[in-house]
Write a protein that binds this ligand. Structure first.
Ligand SMILES: [Zn+2]
Length: 318
């Protein structure tokens, strides 16, 4: 429903969406690069500054001796005159960086680096696994671009919410509220991006049907009532919206296994072996068999679109 609506929009606004998609994607990437590079560069500069002994301190004019003094305590470092700093200002100095002890500075560097690395890893894995790195249509590119922008903004805000020395309690509450809003927006844009992605079609195998006999490669099985069964492993996480099907076998009076790659076969074995435990945790793993009518003799293709298996006539028998 959503997919077909998006496809209609794509057809109607093709050229317009093309440039909008390119711009959004580019902006999203630039924002991501900024969110990753900016704190990294800041840490490098701070490390260099710390190496040559530059420190950040609050300074002020002493009203008594008229000289610049570093605000280390409540008195002027030159004449010992009381500087008269109000407690609210002291509190602000405590929360804002300045005169930060060395151990806290080093902790902040490590902590920030870990955050940036985690953010980068999540971004790369999510882009790779979802295929968003390589959008298949203009409208998908647009929503992927918007998702990247939102994700970059979310990363930046989370850095402020959880960072060391990135603000007082009130600004953290404010940034948390903005983060939640961005998370909701991100969920929307990623949902739209995945709905806009054209479903890929893969031909799993060819089956030759001759009367009541189905032949898969060199193996054959008899059919009953021209009925061909396709067995597949179906994995579904309803909440995350994840669905995946792996074709396993064709079923007549005998079960003929479809060829699987070694790794694919290991994954299927693992999922099936742990299906009860996985299902209890929300990842429904089950084997299903769909039955298809193959009354006409000929060659049929088994087709996988998304998580749906189907068959279609490929050619008449020669
Ligand atoms: Zn003084």
């Amino acid at each position: 429903m959503l997919s077909s609506l998006l496809r209609t929009i794509e057809q109607g606004f093709g050229p317009l969406l093309s440039s909008a998609g390119d711009i959004a994607f580019l902006l999203g990437l630039l924002m991501l690069v900024y969110v990753i590079l900016a704190p990294s560069i800041r840490i490098l500069v701070e490390m260099q500054a710390a190496n040559i002994g530059i420190e950040r301190e609050w300074i002020m004019h002493c009203m008594s001796c008229r000289r610049m003094t570093v605000v280390a305590g409540s008195e002027c470092e030159h004449c010992g005159h009381n500087l008269g700093i109000p407690w609210a200002v002291r509190l602000r100095q405590f929360f804002s960086r300045g005169g930060e002890p060395r151990w806290l500075e080093v902790t902040r560097w490590i902590y920030t680096s870990l955050g940036v690395i985690a953010f980068t890893l999540i971004t790369v894995v999510a882009l790779g696994v979802s295929g968003a790195w390589n959008p298949q249509s203009h409208i998908e590119k647009l929503f992927v671009g918007l998702s990247l922008l939102t994700w970059a903004g979310l990363g930046w805000l989370l850095g402020r919410v959880f960072g060391i020395g990135t603000g007082g309690p009130i600004s953290r509450v404010r940034d948390t509220v903005f983060s939640l809003a961005l998370a909701a927006l991100l969920l929307t844009t990623t949902t739209l991006a995945s709905a806009a992605r054209p479903v890929e079609e893969a031909v799993v195998a060819q089956v030759r049907v001759d009367g009541q006999v189905a032949q898969l490669g060199s193996r054959a099985t008899a059919l009953v009532g021209y009925q061909l069964g396709l067995e597949y492993l179906h994995v579904e996480h309803a909440f995350a919206g994840f669905r995946h099907a792996t074709p396993l076998a064709i079923i007549g009076t005998r079960r003929l296994e479809l060829p699987l790659g070694e790794r694919q076969s290991d994954v299927v074995d693992f999922l099936w072996k742990h299906s009860v435990a996985l299902t209890e945790r929300g990842l429904a793993v089950r084997k299903r068999t769909d039955q298809f009518m193959v009354a006409e003799s000929g060659i049929y293709e088994i087709v996988l679109r998304g998580d749906k298996l189907s068959i279609r006539r490929f050619a008449s028998p020669s």
